[in-house]
Design a protein around this ligand. Structure first.
Ligand code: ZN
Length: 431
């Protein structure tokens, strides 16, 4: 079976599951992913403080429906789980439209689509219905019967983690979010793309970098993950947040917070070699979990390649983001781009200067080129200056490719000098 078909089967299998920031649906989703990659399924306890936030109570729902006055079910989450506002408290009550409509969300401009709504941090309940359902309901004179059989308990919030070791301890973060219910692009596509990327990484022989792959509920899950793995997360310099990769539209990418960072250049090289046109989004404090990973304590330069980015397509956060809009074939296209990005990252060489307090003394090591001895006259840079630049920029994060770009000197020369500085014990090799 080809990869697109494998992805399609997984897409159809995971699509109907009711996911949220906590609950059984998330465990079920991760358990299915475990059939493909050796994911570790972990739990954070409810009510635990994580920085400025708190892990919420575990929410589960057995059924949720509205019956009309004749006892006919007119809204039912077994038809579409977006009908229930996520984290709705339990309700079992009869009421007239006048009262009910306060808890009904709709977008009357969209006759067929059901919008995705949540009430994570405010105890409330509600249903989301299409514009046409809303109009029909508003005409019903008798009492409706509303039932939400949901529960909150001191349980836990579930997440998945996979650490893939490479030759270097230096880690690359790959993260996706698992909290959205039945929407295919946002973000089942991201979950599946991440799973298959992890599978690819596991199959890579002689990996240079180590990879930390996380499947977390968006925002609260990423914050909790940072808290629990604070030391490790602070050591990470580069990351990828995978989301919205399976739509019919254009490929795009969101830059990391440092505009000139090499990871942005690498994504552009990948996209340029595959597409004439692609969309570029600057870094923004809105978005997905790069918001947490880019925060001041962690400063992980994180990129996202998308195929129909969140906010940008009409099916965004509604029931039309379904299996008619997203296909295994489209997810596989994005996956191919992420694989190309990984292949570029795997070529990076990174060194770290052993002398961080002032300059090194070149002359006592026979590295000072003296007056006039220009190494590359055309570039107007002396050999000793080149050494000082390389030492200056080798901060344990900056790649030789980046140094080569910055100095406009061929990478082979940079690599050669770096190796010499390594042998002179002025640099240590990170990857
Ligand atoms: Zn979303």
């Amino acid at each position: 079976m080809n990869r697109s078909s494998e992805i399609q089967i997984l897409l159809e299998r995971l699509f109907p599951i009711m996911r949220s920031i906590t609950g059984k649906g998330n465990r079920k989703t991760l358990k299915i992913l475990k059939e493909i990659i050796p994911l570790r399924i972990k739990e954070y306890k409810s009510n635990k403080n994580v920085y400025d936030w708190k892990i919420p109570l575990e929410w589960n729902v057995r059924s949720a429906w509205i019956k009309d006055s004749n006892g006919n079910k007119i809204i039912d989450i077994s038809n579409n789980n977006l009908h229930l506002i996520s984290y709705s408290k339990p309700v079992n009550k009869k009421m007239y439209w006048k009262e009910l409509k306060k808890n009904i969300h709709t977008n009357l401009k969209k006759t067929q689509a059901i919008e995705y709504r949540t009430t994570y941090y405010e105890k409330n309940w509600g249903f989301s219905v299409s514009g046409s359902q809303y109009r029909q309901m508003s005409k019903i004179k008798g009492k409706f019967h509303v039932n939400i059989d949901s529960s909150f308990k001191e349980g836990s919030m579930t997440y998945g983690e996979l650490l893939i070791k490479g030759k270097s301890k230096k880690e690359i973060l790959i993260s996706t979010y698992i909290c959205h219910p039945s929407m295919a692009n946002d973000n089942l596509s991201g979950i599946i793309c991440t799973t298959f990327l992890a599978k690819y990484l596991s199959s890579l022989k002689n990996r240079k970098f180590s990879y930390r792959i996380v499947f977390v509920p968006e925002t609260i899950g990423a914050i909790a993950y940072c808290k629990i793995n604070e030391k490790k997360m602070k050591e990470i310099d580069y990351g990828i947040v995978i989301s919205n990769v399976g739509g019919k539209g254009k490929i795009g990418y969101k830059k990391s917070f440092e505009d000139l960072n090499l990871i942005n250049d690498e994504v552009e090289e990948v996209l340029k070699s595959n597409y004439k046109n692609y969309l570029t989004y600057p870094f923004d404090i809105n978005g997905s979990d790069e918001r947490q990973y880019s925060s001041q304590a962690f400063k992980i330069n994180t990129v996202t390649i998308t195929k129909d980015k969140y906010y940008e397509f009409s099916q965004y956060h509604n029931s039309e983001d379904n299996l008619n809009f997203v296909s295994g074939k489209n997810i596989n296209i994005s996956l191919g781009l992420y694989i190309k990005l990984i292949n570029k990252i795997e070529k990076w060489s990174i060194y770290k200067s052993k002398f961080t307090h002032g300059e090194v003394m070149l002359s006592k090591r026979g590295l000072f080129s003296g007056s006039g001895g220009s190494y590359l006259p055309s570039k107007n840079i002396s050999y000793s200056d080149l050494i000082l630049w390389i030492i200056f920029m080798s901060d344990g994060k900056t790649q030789t490719k980046k140094i080569s770009k910055k100095l406009a000197i061929n990478i082979n020369i940079i690599e050669k000098i770096s190796k010499k500085l390594l042998s002179k014990k002025l640099l240590s090799k990170i990857t």
